[in-house]
Every structure is written in C-alpha cells, then in structure tokens.
Design a protein around this ligand. Structure first.
Ligand SMILES: CC(C)(COP(=O)(O)OP(=O)(O)OC[C@H]1O[C@@H](n2cnc3c(N)ncnc32)[C@H](O)[C@@H]1OP(=O)(O)O)[C@@H](O)C(=O)NCCC(=O)NCCS
Length: 157
C-alpha cells in the first residue's frame, strides 16, 4: 500500500505509458512496501528507522501498483531548485522487463522539468545494467571528469 502522503497535483507524465494492468500513483511508498521493494529488487536493505526518517522528506515520489500490490517505486530528493537526486528506482523482479523502470524514471523527470524554476542538476547512481535505461532517458556518466563517491555512516550515540 502507498502512504497517505500524495502530492496533490498531477505531473506532466509524458513518455509514461504503462502496460495494461499497472497504475502509477504520485505517492511515497509505505515503509513496508519500501523495505520490501528494496530487498526483492536487490538494492541494499535499509532499516525501518531510516525509512521512517527519510521517506516523508521526499520531494516527489511515484509508486506503480499491480492490483493492490506496490510493484515499483522511485523518488526524488534534493533542494527543489539547484540539485535533485533520483533514488530508489526499483521494480519487483516478477514485473521487470515490461517498461516499468523506464516509466517510473520518466515520470520523475517529467515532474522535475515541470517544477524547477530554472536549470537543475539531476543526478543518480546507476546500479548494474540500469545505466542503459538511464542513458536512454538522457543521463550521461560523470566519469572521467568526476568520480561519484559515497560513505555509509551511522549514529554513534
Ligand atoms: C533497474 C530497474 C528499476 C529496471 O526496471 P524494469 O522495469 O525492468 O525496467 P524497464 O523494463 O523499463 O527497462 C529495462 C532496462 O533496465 C535495465 N535492467 C534490466 N534488468 C536489470 C537489473 N536486474 N538490474 C539493473 N538494471 C536492469 C536494463 O538496462 C534494461 O535495458 P535493456 O532493455 O537495454 O536491457 C530494475 O531492474 C530494478 O529494480 N533493479 C534493481 C534496483 C536497481 O538497480 N535500481 C536502479 C538503481 S537506483
């Protein structure tokens, strides 16, 4: 199920053609769906505490439902004007290869294009073969000019 938090407006979802039987909602995934989709899609599992703290701060998010089951998601985080970061694009493996990941990313991009005041830097981390999907939507690798870097850290007290 998706959470109560929806965004109250409809993004210009051009290029977003879902296969029959699937519906996209502008909504943040519920915590259980979020944790499950990360796990089954092979993304690094996250804790409920982190999800509880982070999900409500999403700038925008979509969920794809098949019947009543959430089978895909994607979120935008950032400052809403200068830098936006696409995260948590994930599709249940049983529903992959049908264009859902492309539709989710296109919907996120469509929202960004419709709501930023001027130019914006949109970034993401492409896992595995996902770069092929993102390149088709206009993303380019930042290497060799830059090198993406990351750090896992946790609360110490
Ligand atoms: C990446 C992902 C969201 C694509 O979902 P999807 O619904 O299968 O995507 P589409 O059907 O629109 O497009 C398929 C494209 O996804 C990519 N893809 C397919 N399976 C993939 C996998 N297991 N892992 C990563 N990318 C994959 C390929 O580039 C494929 O392109 P191709 O047609 O050139 O082979 C999905 O595979 C997934 O959830 N992967 C695990 C999570 C992840 O890596 N997310 C991206 C990083 S945030």
């Amino acid at each position: 199920m998706v959470t109560e938090r929806t965004f109250g407006y409809t993004a210009r979802m051009r290029h977003v053609d879902l296969p029959a039987g699937y519906v996209m909602h502008e909504a943040v995934p519920g915590i259980e769906d979020y944790l499950r989709l990360r796990r089954v899609s092979g993304l690094m599992p996250r804790t409920a505490a982190a999800a509880q703290g982070g999900l409500p701060n999403s700038l925008f998010a979509v969920c794809v439902l098949h019947g009543t089951t959430t089978v895909g998601m994607g979120r935008i985080i950032g400052d809403g004007a200068l830098f936006m970061h696409i995260v948590d694009v994930a599709v249940d493996p049983e529903h992959q290869g049908r264009g859902l990941g492309t539709s989710i990313t296109a919907a996120l991009l469509s929202h960004i294009e419709g709501h930023v005041p001027a130019e914006v830097y949109v970034s993401l981390m492409a896992n595995g073969d996902a770069h092929r999907l993102y390149e088709r939507l206009g993303f380019s690798p930042v290497t060799p000019e830059a090198r993406g870097m990351a750090l896992w850290t946790s609360r110490t007290s």
